[in-house]
Design a protein around this ligand. Structure first.
Ligand code: BES
Ligand code: MN
Ligand code: MN
Length: 452
């Protein structure tokens, strides 16, 4: 019945998603403030049409939060769906094969910024809700909280959650903002990494200098920064910040074995990324390196002359944006402080250092023995014909830990993307099949969850 409803209405579902994808809701770019709002308003309308009792555009000092609910019967379990309607900036634009905000289907995949992360996945929930309403099959109370600042660190969600605990009361949080292993191997994410993100500024002389007149005698901040960054990994691929690993939980041999049971093909992995070899912390597999080990990476580095041709200059300043992915039980505030102290301590006297924390979040693991996890697992089994494999993902959704802390709620991470969907990259896409199967799996989840 659900399947038939989805089949009948799939073209309209896709058309509606396309409309949402056409709105360039780039939360990081203030020029798109109006567009971010438009995307929120679009969801408000669609939730309304789908039949919620109540829907609100909740203002924050930043981008608004969409809240909606359908209370069928207060004695039934309540599911709180979280997602985000904001997207990453689309640049570099010239690498897109079709414009990022003009969605098209190629090879049965929807190409557009946000198609997978996270508009496409959010929209599955709106349409799953519509289907349940139309089929008179809604077996749970539903709440939606869709935010517009996830890609910039969910700055104002914290206060919203703290101030609306009663409104957000639920039995479980359901999020589709992660990936499955492949269409042949469905999986459920059971853990996400945390994040500590900083910007560093290295200042040398008080102005850009002639690199011939002063070069060799005055510290070059770009040279200094490069060396400092290079020194932050040792020969084993480990981060050299003292204390960085102190709180890292070392998994048991059995848990590591379980993680490595997930299908993974190193040759495909390398080929898909166009690399001849992989690199990472010694003693760990690729799945462990991204799932259960912390990292330090430069996300961007700049300074000096980067324009056309050559300009002989010894720059006054150099900058980098550095992220550290964290695992249980690392604490992002502590790690930011360890980084800051260490980074300052290894700088030569010839430069001045400024470290600015940008944002962060706690790592989160989700239980696999809960009623909700079992319902999600059963839903996958029913729709995909295969038991989903539990996986630990490398990305971060910091609000998972926030929900646990503030609302006491566990999360089920029922995402349907693929690692190869190019989220945050040019040519982001999302499989039409993932979208449609996702809707069906979500509806099936409610059936199992209400039964339990
Ligand atoms: N949906 C992603 C997180 C993700 C992607 C988890 C793939 C698991 C698999 C989310 O939108 C995201 O990009 N999060 C940011 C963190 C945020 C604080 C900016 C991230 O992981 O970089
Ligand atoms: Mn996301
Ligand atoms: Mn993202």
């Amino acid at each position: 019945m659900v399947k038939q409803y989805i089949d009948t209405h799939q073209q309209r579902f896709l058309n509606e998603l396309f409309e949402l994808l056409r709105i360039p809701s780039v939360s990081a770019d203030s020029r798109h403030k109006g567009d971010v709002r438009k995307a929120a308003e679009y969801l408000v309308n669609k939730l309304q049409e789908a039949g919620v009792d109540k829907v609100e555009l909740c203002e924050t000092p930043g981008h608004p939060i969409v809240y909606a609910e359908k209370i069928v019967n207060p004695t039934l379990p309540t599911v709180l769906v979280y997602g985000h309607y904001d997207v990453q900036p689309p640049d570099p634009l010239d690498l897109w094969t079709s414009p990022p905000f003009e969605p098209v289907i190629k090879d049965e995949k929807i190409y557009a910024r946000g198609s997978c992360d996270d508009k496409g996945q959010v929209y599955m929930h709106v349409k799953a809700f519509e289907a349940m309403m139309k089929l008179n099959a809604l077996t749970c109370n539903m709440k939606f909280m869709i935010e517009g600042e996830e890609e910039v660190g969910s700055e104002h969600l914290d206060v919203f959650v703290k101030e609306n605990k009663e409104k957000l009361k639920a039995d479980i949080i359901l999020i589709s903002d992660t990936a499955i292993i492949s269409l042949d191997h469905p999986s459920i994410t059971t853990g996400l990494r945390g994040l500590s993100y900083v910007e560093v500024e290295v200042t040398g002389p008080n102005r850009d200098l002639h690199s011939g007149v002063y070069g060799g005698a005055v510290a070059n901040p770009v040279n200094v920064l490069s060396k400092m960054i290079a020194s932050m990994h040792d020969e084993q691929g480990r981060v050299t910040i003292p204390g960085f690993y102190d709180k890292v939980v070392e998994l048991s041999a059995a848990d590591r074995e379980a993680i490595n049971k997930a299908p993974f093909n190193l040759d495909h992995y390398k080929k898909e990324l166009g690399i001849d070899d992989i690199q990472g912390e010694k003693g760990y597999t690729t799945l462990e390196r991204t799932g259960i080990r912390p990292t330090l990476d430069v996300n961007g580095i700049w300074g000096g002359y980067t324009g056309e041709g050559a300009k002989t200059v010894l720059p006054s300043k150099a900058y980098a944006k550095i992220s550290m992915r964290l695992v249980p039980d690392q604490n992002n505030t502590e790690i930011t402080e360890l980084f800051s102290n260490y980074f300052t301590s290894i700088a030569p006297k010839s430069v001045k250092i400024k470290v600015t924390p940008l944002h962060g979040g706690q790592p989160g693991v989700t239980p696999t023995d809960s009623v909700a996890f079992k319902a999600a697992s059963a839903a996958f089994e029913e729709v995909w014909g295969k038991k989903p494999i539990p996986t630990r993902d490398g990305g971060s959704i910091p609000i998972v830990a926030l929900f646990k802390k503030e609302l006491g709620l566990d999360t089920v991470l029922m995402g349907f993307g693929l690692d190869s969907d190019a989220i945050h990259s040019p040519n982001e896409h999302y499989g039409v099949k993932n979208f449609l199967l996702g809707i069906e799996t979500i509806v099936t989840f409610y059936k199992h969850f209400a039964k339990a």
